[in-house]
Design a protein around this ligand. Sequence first.
Ligand code: IMP
Ligand code: MG
Length: 175
Amino acid sequence: MPQDNLKLLYSRQQIAVEVQRLAAEISRDYQGREVLMVAVLKGSFLFFADLVRALEIPSMVDFVRLASYGSETRSSGIVELRKDLELPIKDRDVVIVEDIVDSGLTLETLYHMLERRQPRSLKICTLIDKRSRREVEIEPDYVGISMDDGFIIGYGLDFDERYRNLPDIYLVEGA
Ligand code: IMP
Ligand code: MG
């Protein structure tokens, strides 16, 4: 197996602080309501698990799986829905939970797809926001960590399906 050059970028402690902050913000904004948290698989699975456990409001969870074609480190903008939601979202308060917003193409497609089902509200929460790489106008409402360029792995994020299980986030040097 080839060895990638990894450099620690965000420790599990740093990540936990941001996840707790996001959960507190969401709990405050949706006080007295029930949120439907939607994980975008697979990348967000660890973030999602930590985030929903830290919420202090009633919630439901559901999952979508998207596949975006392109190279390993760049998305093409052609997005396929591999697994749809199982719960109806009409008149519900929905929060999409993403791992990374990069070009924004994946999220833009999903956002419009879900918007057509007439949720009461639809917001976006992302662990990582790569703002400088945005190609479409899509603004996450809740952002864990903002970063510029660089390909990262760990805490759910993969490089060719590897490293998702690592508890910390690393930069893949030379990727
Ligand atoms: P976008 O459509 O360009 O915004 O791509 C977003 C998706 O690409 C994310 O949900 C990730 O799954 C993946 N992605 C983007 N950047 C990275 C990265 O640095 N590491 C791992 N996956 C990434
Ligand atoms: Mg991915």
